[in-house]
Design a protein around this ligand. Structure first.
Ligand code: SF4
Ligand code: SF4
Length: 258
């Protein structure tokens, strides 16, 4: 059943790439599964927020959590890195359209699961966080980690086998599925004990340092980008620390250190 869901997701993303995206916007999507009973979920109340939702809060009887990653086309990372002060126009547009794609993937997978006689509950793509504390009530990247999609980079993004440049979505279901294994090693070169730190050099907004992350400074820059692209819907994004670094579009190799 997981392969069927992967194939269905692939078809939705391919169709959107043909019909809605100029010059190609997404690469091959990834889909992973966490057991709704995974003990790491309860740790999110310590690691992320005391009121972080559990799978059963979103769907009574939940058995599995599906987490998907929609990797951006490489050109989007290049264009965002090349734009010096603000997020590139194409990066901001990709954020807007990918929010819609996440919704479409969620709806499609939910319909496939319902056809099989199981329930599913989708989760919002974004803006499900507390605007003062800037912590999430349903953190896709932490849930992606639990599902084995990747490990956290020094830039606090999830590094997947398709890199970190892209967007995550998730849904909770009563369909029992085997959980996907988590990577056995750190994918971030620095966290693995090697040399890199390319992401720190990319942040020019006093937010990301080797020893600390100022999430308020980061969010200020995200809001500055929203103001800069004021004609678009809300685009409180930046992403410079994940663009044109060794982990942008795949598992980083030590020969590519930033
Ligand atoms: S740029 Fe280097 S140090 Fe930063 S997250 Fe990626 S691999 Fe880790
Ligand atoms: S998203 Fe932007 S402001 Fe935030 S840490 Fe990365 S480069 Fe810095």
């Amino acid at each position: 059943m997981l392969e069927r869901l992967r194939e269905e997701m692939h078809q939705v993303v391919s169709r959107w790439d043909r019909e809605h995206a100029r010059d190609g916007m997404w690469r091959e999507p990834l889909l992973a599964v966490a057991s709704a009973d995974d003990p790491l979920f309860s740790e999110l109340r310590t690691a992320v927020a005391p009121d972080h939702a559990m799978p059963g809060d979103l769907l009574p009887g939940a058995r599995s959590v599906l987490v998907f990653f929609l990797p951006f086309a490489r050109r989007l990372g290049r264009e965002n890195a090349a734009e010096k002060e603000f997020a590139a126009r194409s990066w901001a547009e990709a954020y807007v359209i990918t929010n819609r794609l996440i919704h479409a993937v969620n709806e499609h997978l939910e319909a496939v699961i319902r056809d099989r006689g199981f329930a599913a509950s989708t989760t919002p793509a974004t803006h499900n966080f507390d605007e003062e504390r800037l912590v999430s009530g349903w953190s896709h990247k932490h849930i992606g980690f639990i599902a084995g999609l990747g490990t956290f980079g020094s830039h606090h993004w999830l590094i997947t086998e398709a890199g970190c440049c892209g967007r995550l979505g998730s849904l909770v279901t009563t369909l029992p599925l085997p959980p996907t294994p988590r990577p056995s090693v750190e994918l971030c070169l620095l966290k693995a004990g090697g040399k890199c730190g390319g992401c720190f050099k990319k942040c020019r907004y006093d937010a990301l340092f080797p020893d600390r992350f100022d999430r308020h400074a980061c969010y200020r820059q995200c809001l500055a980008n929203d103001s800069h692209h004021a004609d678009l819907p809300l685009v409180d994004v930046c992403g410079k620390c994940g663009c044109e670094v060794p982990c942008s579009h795949g598992i980083p190799k030590s020969s590519e250190t930033g």
